[in-house]
Design a protein around this ligand. Structure first.
Ligand SMILES: [Fe+2]
Length: 115
């Protein structure tokens, strides 16, 4: 949930590589699967809009055999793509504060030092 909530925060700092930005910020606090998903979700998201803007919607297929392909594809379908629907039911931001605090209070690990 926290990863979904924060996954586009990197847009403000690096719109051209926002996945890498938020991946770097949250890397010490999240699983390797979620880190990979954050870094690569912009490419996976083109599956939904690429054909409308002249981008190959199947660009994500270069990672078809990657162990986190399905996790990332599922994230984009369930949480990222639907977030553009103005009628999607939403919770107040305050709802997420305890979740964000819990995730960010985890013992931090340096990138490359994960178990
Ligand atoms: Fe994004």
């Amino acid at each position: 949930m926290v990863v979904a909530l924060l996954h586009d925060v990197g847009e403000a700092l690096g719109p051209m590589n926002h996945g890498e930005v938020i991946g770097a910020v949250l890397h010490p606090f999240i699983s390797e699967a979620n880190h990979w998903m954050l870094v690569n979700h912009p490419l996976f998201q083109t599956y939904f809009y690429g054909s409308h803007v002249g981008i190959d919607p199947n660009g994500r297929d270069i990672y078809r055999d990657h162990p986190h392909f399905e996790h990332t594809a599922e994230f984009c379908a369930k949480y990222d793509e639907v977030s553009f629907d103005p009628d999607y039911p939403v919770e107040h931001l305050e709802t997420f504060i305890p979740m964000v605090r819990r995730v960010l209070s985890k013992k931090r690990t340096a990138p490359g030092q994960e178990k």
